[in-house]
Design a protein around this ligand. Structure first.
Ligand SMILES: NC(=O)C1=CN([C@@H]2O[C@H](COP(=O)(O)OP(=O)(O)OC[C@H]3O[C@@H](n4cnc5c(N)ncnc54)[C@H](OP(=O)(O)O)[C@@H]3O)[C@@H](O)[C@H]2O)C=CC1
Ligand SMILES: O=C(CO)COP(=O)(O)O
Length: 307
C-alpha cells in the first residue's frame, strides 16, 4: 500500500532512502533547511516521518516537528548514527521523548549510501519495541536490491551503527599506517568487544551486536574508503590535521563527536574503552597515530575475554 513519507535531511543518506521509497511507489516529501518545502507542509498527514539529520541537528529538528501538526498514528523512523553531545542520548531516545505516544523505529545497517545509490545490493535492520511498526517500515523499503530485516532491540541496533564509527576512525589509522591485515583483524575484533562492553551498559542486547547492525556495519565501515569516518582516520595517519580533514570531507563523520560522548560515559561509569580512548586522544592531538598504536600494544597482558 502506498504510504506518505516525510524524510528530514536531504544529505547523502536522506536522499538515498528517499529514492528507495520512491522506487517502491511511495509518496515521498524531502525536507532540509535549504529546501523549498516548509517543515509543516512536509510532515502534515505523513504516515512516516524519517529523520536522516546529522546528530548535531536532531534535538532541534525534533522540537521543530513537535511544533507542527503531526497525525497521531505517524511512525517515526530514525536513521542517524550518533549520540547527543549534551545529554548522551541516542536519536531514538530523543524522538521517543518528544513523541511519547508514537512508535519509533531505528533503521541501521551496513549501508554506505554511495553503493546503494549505484543500485548495489545491501541489507539493513529496522528495529522497534512495536513489531507492527517495524514491519510497516520493512515493507516500505524492501526490494530486490535492499533486504530489510526486523529486530526488537532498537537501542542495540542503533548503538551498533553509532559505536562502530569510532572503530572506523581507528581502522582508517591502521590502514593509513600500513599496519597489515593481522593488525586490522585484531583491531576490529577487539573493537567489537569494546562495543559490546559499552553497549550492554547502555541497555543493548549482546546478540544484536553480532548481527547486520553491529558486526555487519563494523565490517563495512572499517573496510571502505567510502566511509567518512574511515577517511578521518586514514588522513590523520597521513599527517593531516582534523580541521583540514573535516573541511574537505563530503558530509558528516559522526565518529568524531561520538568519541567525545563515549569518553564522557566511560569516565562517569568507569568502563574500560582502550581503543576509543586512543582515538579520542588522537583527535585531541594528545598522541600521534604511532603513539596511539604503542599504547594499545603495550597494555597489561590479560586473558582474552569477549565482553
Ligand atoms: N551517508 C551514509 O552512507 C550513511 C549515513 N548515515 C547517518 O545518517 C546521518 C546523516 O548522514 P549523511 O546524510 O551522510 O550526512 P550529510 O552531511 O550528507 O547530510 C546531513 C543532513 O543533516 C542536515 N542537518 C545537519 N545539521 C542540521 C541542523 N542543525 N538542523 C537541520 N538539519 C541539519 C543537513 O542539512 P543541511 O543540508 O541544511 O546542512 C543535511 O540534510 C548521519 O548520522 C550518518 O551517520 C547512516 C547510514 C549511511
Ligand atoms: O554508516 C555508514 C555505513 O553503514 C556510513 O559510514 P560513514 O558515516 O563513515 O560514511
Amino acid at each position: 500500500m502506498t504510504k506518505t513519507i516525510a524524510i528530514l535531511g536531504a544529505g547523502a543518506w536522506g536522499t538515498t532512502l528517499a529514492n528507495l521509497a520512491r522506487v517502491n511507489g511511495h509518496e515521498v516529501r524531502l525536507w532540509s533547511r535549504q529546501g523549498d518545502l516548509s517543515l509543516e507542509d512536509v510532515v502534515k498527514n505523513a504516515e512516516i516521518v524519517l529523520s536522516a539529520i546529522s546528530m548535531k541537528g536532531v534535538q532541534d529538528v525534533a522540537l521543530l516537528v513537535k511544533s507542527c501538526q503531526v497525525s497521531p498514528h505517524t511512525i517515526f523512523v530514525t536513521a542517524t548514527k550518533g549520540l547527543d553531545a549534551k545529554t548522551t542520548r541516542t536519536p531514538s531516545q530523543i524522538w521517543q521523548t518528544e513523541f511519547p505516544d508514537h512508535s519509533v523505529v531505528v533503521l541501521s545497517g551496513p549501508n554506505l549510501s554511495q553503493e546503494i545509490s549505484q543500485g548495489l545490493p545491501a541489507a539493513t535492520v529496522v528495529a522497534s519495541k512495536n513489531t507492527a511498526a517495524a514491519q510497516v517500515v520493512q515493507q516500505i523499503f524492501s526490494s530486490g536490491r535492499f533486504r530489510v530485516y526486523t529486530n526488537s532491540d532498537p537501542v542495540g541496533v542503533e548503538l551498533g551503527g553509532t559505536l562502530k564509527n569510532v572503530m572506523a576512525i581507528a581502522s582508517g589509522v591502521c590502514d593509513g599506517l600500513h599496519l597489515g591485515t593481522n593488525a586490522k583483524a585484531a583491531l576490529v575484533t577487539r573493537g567489537l568487544t569494546e562495543i559490546i562492553r559499552i553497549g550492554k551498559v547502555l541497555g543493548a542486547k549482546t546478540e544484536t551486536f553480532y548481527g547486520l547492525s553491529g558486526l555487519g556495519d563494523l565490517l563495512a565501515t572499517c573496510n571502505s574508503p567510502l566511509s567518512r569516518n574511515y577517511q578521518v582516520g586514514y588522513q590523520l595517519a597521513s599527517g593531516k590535521t582534523l580541521t583540514e580533514i573535516l573541511a574537505s570531507l563530503p558530509g558528516t563523520a559522526e565518529g568524531v563527536n561520538t568519541c567525545q560522548v563515549l569518553m564522557q560515559i566511560s569516565q562517569q561509569q568507569n568502563i574500560t574503552m582502550p581503543i576509543t580512548e586512543q582515538v579520542y586522544r588522537l583527535l585531541e592531538t594528545q598522541v600521534t597515530p604511532k603513539q596511539a598504536l604503542d599504547e594499545l600494544m603495550l597494555r597489561d597482558t590479560k586473558p582474552e575475554y569477549h565482553q
